[in-house]
Design a protein around this ligand. Structure first.
Ligand SMILES: Cc1cc2nc3c(=O)[nH]c(=O)nc-3n(C[C@H](O)[C@H](O)[C@H](O)COP(=O)(O)O)c2cc1C
Length: 206
């Protein structure tokens, strides 16, 4: 297949959505936990979390346009806190279900059976069933003019991860944790067979 921009735009919207979502390949997938001022807890699955930088530690994600109420955005702006929680095979069904559109007063934790848990510090709920839990404060947001999405950046305030999976070097062993990745909006992948390479340096010309 060789598609030009015009070819792509002539395709049905659903085809374009699924092609564009799966085209870059499998990527990280997280549950974002938030809590509103009135105490309502919210949880939703997101596949756009990216590393922004390590010093200071920053992670970001893309949020769909605010054309309808976005509970995650509403809460994280209200309290300044959100959490990122990894997906694993044993919680895939409830995790995926959090993408359904629940009313703002209804907690996705209660609706799906996932368990909210809190640390002393973080004002947003973590997912007890997730092996890697990251607590962040809202840092910056950038509107993407081309399509009305927002790039949200958070500052990592807290990391909760089993000791046994963090190597001396700082590498996290996601194979041992069975952390899932996702292609598009519906196809989840298990990681297998990681291939670790040395830091690449330019080779001197001979
Ligand atoms: C696998 C998957 C990945 C998703 N990734 C994103 C994403 O990166 N950004 C986004 O805004 N919505 C994403 N969604 C849609 C949200 O999960 C969905 O809109 C959810 O209802 C948002 O909940 P909220 O309104 O409570 O914040 C994704 C859905 C699925 C199934």
């Amino acid at each position: 297949m060789h598609l030009s921009l015009d070819d792509l735009m002539a395709r049905p919207a659903a085809f374009r959505r699924d092609l564009m979502n799966t085209l870059p390949g499998p990527r990280g997938v997280h549950l974002i936990g938030t809590r509103g001022h009135r105490g309502t807890e919210n949880l939703a699955v997101f596949s756009s979390v990216v590393h922004v930088g390590a010093s200071p530690p920053l992670l970001g994600f893309i949020l769909r346009p605010l054309t309808v109420p976005r509970h995650t955005y509403h809460h994280l702006k209200a309290t300044g806190w959100f959490t990122l929680n990894t997906l694993h095979p044993h919680i895939l069904d409830p995790a995926h279900q959090t993408s359904a559109n629940y009313p703002i007063g209804e907690s996705e934790f209660a609706a799906t059976g996932l368990t909210p848990t809190y640390s002393d510090r973080c004002k947003a709920p973590y997912v007890e069933e997730s092996a890697v839990r990251i607590g962040l404060t809202f840092e910056e947001e950038y509107p993407v003019r081309a399509n009305g999405t927002l790039f949200i950046i958070g500052r990592v305030q807290e990391i909760i991860v089993p000791d046994r999976v963090v190597a001396e070097t700082g590498h996290v062993d996601h194979l041992a944790l069975e952390t899932l990745t996702v292609g598009g909006l519906d196809t989840y992948y298990r990681a297998t067979d990681p291939i670790r390479k040395d830091y690449a340096r330019a080779k001197p010309k001979s």
